[in-house]
Design a protein around this ligand. Structure first.
Ligand code: 5GP
Length: 195
């Protein structure tokens, strides 16, 4: 395993946004697998657990009252409501990982990313599908959403994609291997930037 941490005092934060079905989860897992110095932040959410998900690994699943208490106590670096559920990033979790020398990847929606842009030091990356039609095809093939939910996700995807130009980088995931080689290049370049 390759380990690169080009003379930085602490880990960097990478914010990745992408519509559902774009391959963001796969790409992020590939990055964490290749680089031991990269870890994914585990968000809190009020949505219910999906089959195959593991609490504390995919998300921390908590009731809405608990989520609201965390908002009040300032525990979130950012949070947002997505498809009627709350999602938020734990501030102390991210800081602790950075201090351990890890780069932290936040896979969050555009509302959360916009909250951080301009105020929080992070590298912002947007991942796009090749087209909306291709995204529809992938979501239908994945069979994890009903058709009306898919249409709702697609119209939200179009809204999110219109914000891609505010990010530092845009990667089009047409071919997974090519998209991954771009993503890992961004990581390596950012590690070697004079900050
Ligand atoms: P899903 O329910 O499909 O896992 O996620 C729905 C959306 O919520 C995705 O766009 C995902 O990136 C986003 N999301 C997950 N965790 C967070 C978070 O902590 N903050 C924000 N703002 N969005 C999140």
């Amino acid at each position: 395993m390759m380990q690169v941490l080009g003379g930085l005092q602490k880990g960097l934060v990478f914010v990745i946004s992408a519509p559902a079905g774009t391959g963001k989860t796969t790409l992020t897992r590939m990055l964490c697998q290749e680089f031991a110095c990269v870890t994914e932040s585990i968000s809190y959410t009020t949505r219910s657990i999906r089959s195959g998900e593991v609490p504390g690994n995919d998300y921390y699943f908590i009731p809405q009252e608990e989520f609201k208490k965390k908002i009040m106590e300032g525990e979130f670096l950012e949070y947002a409501q997505v498809f009627s559920h709350y999602y938020g990033t734990s501030k102390i979790q991210v800081e602790a990982e950075q201090k351990r020398g890890k780069h932290v990847v936040l896979v969050i929606d555009t509302q959360g990313a916009l909250q951080l842009m301009g105020t929080y030091p992070a590298v912002f990356i947007f991942i796009k599908p090749p087209s909306i039609n291709e995204l529809r095809r992938r979501l239908v093939a994945r069979k994890s959403d009903a058709l009306d939910a898919i249409e709702q996700r697609l119209s939200w995807a179009e809204k999110e994609m219109s914000l891609a130009n505010r990010y530092d980088y845009t990667i089009v995931n047409q071919d997974l291997d090519i998209a991954y080689s771009v993503l890992r290049s961004i990581l390596i370049a950012e590690e070697h930037k004079n900050h």
